[in-house]
Design a protein around this ligand. Structure first.
Ligand SMILES: *[C@@H]1O[C@H](CO)[C@@H](O)[C@H](O)[C@H]1NC(C)=O
Ligand SMILES: *[C@@H]1O[C@H](CO)[C@@H](O)[C@H](O)[C@H]1NC(C)=O
Ligand SMILES: *[C@@H]1O[C@H](CO)[C@@H](O)[C@H](O)[C@H]1NC(C)=O
Ligand SMILES: *[C@@H]1O[C@H](CO)[C@@H](O)[C@H](O)[C@H]1NC(C)=O
Ligand SMILES: *[C@@H]1O[C@H](CO)[C@@H](O)[C@H](O)[C@H]1NC(C)=O
Length: 348
């Protein structure tokens, strides 16, 4: 057994949920995101609504980054905190969101110099498809008050500590400067790879990629077989953690193989490099360490997982340390918006 490499997984660890138990409607994250895209720029005007607007030229649909901005119907000046004003986007289906970008009023239009308006902080509420209950974006159990703009021009990105699954999101401005005017954008997942569970011989294949919540995998026909095509990592050593119950974390019960590119193999023969099964960690997860070949780093890899056990064995999720985030967690100033979008389009 090779000595384990203690990789720092904490900070950038994204959870790839195979299946997971949802206690509430919030889904933390799923899948391996390998590309991101801006979402609001592509929605129809009818998908943007608000509590009201201050002016006919500053309607909700003007909140796109290439427009002038939405201005709330608030008529006061920004000398105190405000409540109850909001702008909403309806993506029409659940989307996985990695972060939000805000700007102040664009430096265009008639007498634009007179309108130095922006939002300094806000909170977000969201709604999952088919739910009627708005939920605050929280961290450690408290509503996150995002620190936004300090001038009208800069793009400020706030990444979410856990990716957010939502159909609708509402932004509630809290502090503003001059007037409650903003433009906004959400960074959504556009490309991902995800593990698929095969059930028996008629595999419809079940995946969780921002879809409906499902339960852990547990059924009498052991082993549980998972196919993860297109997994990517920039590391030469990648750690996977299997979450579940009654998983005997040894080579006899758990097999993880990386498909080999085998030129001498027969037509439908597949060979694998095996990953090392390291045993159960203190928090009860089965630790797997995969050593990539040089030509696999950054390239799509096909993984096969097999979990053997008894009728109590369940597989709920697979964590990996291979994800890349769009920015350091928290608030970031984006200097060059077009090149930022280009950079995150495909992070591998
Ligand atoms: C969200 O948090 C804000 C600020 O703490 C609070 O005013 C609001 O009622 C909360 N909304 C929901 C849906 O819990
Ligand atoms: C939440 O808790 C973590 C760990 O204790 C901490 O690093 C983080 O700053 C906290 N976030 C907020 C918004 O308080
Ligand atoms: C793996 O990557 C680390 C740092 O990223 C490097 O130091 C090490 O030499 C690499 N190992 C192999 C076998 O390529
Ligand atoms: C497999 O290897 C061959 C030769 O080394 C290469 O041309 C081909 O692109 C590889 N295929 C994959 C899927 O990596
Ligand atoms: C992964 O599997 C797909 C089919 O599922 C195949 O087309 C592809 O060549 C495989 N890639 C590698 C690197 O084995």
């Amino acid at each position: 057994m090779p000595a384990s490499n203690h990789l720092s997984t904490g900070k950038f660890l994204l959870t790839f949920l195979l299946m997971h138990i949802l206690l509430i409607t919030e889904v933390s994250s799923s899948c391996q995101c390998i590309g991101y895209e801006p979402l609001i720029i592509n929605v129809q005007a009818s998908q943007l609504t608000a509590s009201g607007s201050h002016h006919a030229a500053l309607k909700p649909w003007c909140s796109k980054s290439n427009m002038i901005g939405w201005s709330a119907e608030y008529t006061g000046v920004c000398d105190k905190s405000i409540y109850g004003y909001w702008i909403e986007v309806d993506f029409l289906e659940n989307k996985l969101l990695a972060g939000i970008v805000t700007w102040g009023r664009a430096t265009k239009g008639d007498k634009w110099q007179n309108y130095d308006q922006f939002v300094k902080s806000f909170h977000l509420e969201f709604l999952v498809d088919k739910s009627t209950e708005w939920t605050n974006v929280t961290e450690n159990g408290t509503t996150v008050m995002f620190t936004a703009n300090t001038n009208r021009r800069d793009a400020i990105l706030n990444t979410f500590s856990e990716s957010l699954l939502a159909r609708k999101v509402r932004l509630y401005p809290f502090k503003c400067s001059s007037r409650v005017t903003l433009r906004w954008e959400f960074i959504g997942y556009s490309k991902y790879s995800f593990p698929l569970v095969r059930q028996g011989f008629a595999p419809p294949g079940l995946a969780l990629c921002g879809l409906d919540p499902r339960k852990c995998f547990r059924w009498s026909r052991i082993p549980i077989r998972v196919q993860w095509s297109g997994f990517r990592t920039r590391k030469n050593v990648t750690r996977l953690s299997l979450h579940g119950r009654s998983i005997a974390c040894d080579r006899r019960h758990v097999t993880v193989g990386m498909e080999k590119n085998c030129t001498q193999c027969a037509a439908n023969e597949v060979r694998y490099d095996l990953c090392a099964i390291e045993g159960t960690s203190e928090d009860g997860q089965c630790q797997v360490v995969c050593r990539m070949r040089e030509n696999q780093v950054g390239q799509p890899i096909n993984l096969t997982l097999m979990v053997n056990g008894d009728e109590h064995t369940e597989l709920c999720a697979i964590d990996s340390d291979a994800s890349l985030t769009i920015a350091t967690p928290g608030r970031t100033l984006i200097n060059d918006w077009p090149s930022f979008l280009e950079k995150i389009r495909d992070v591998y």
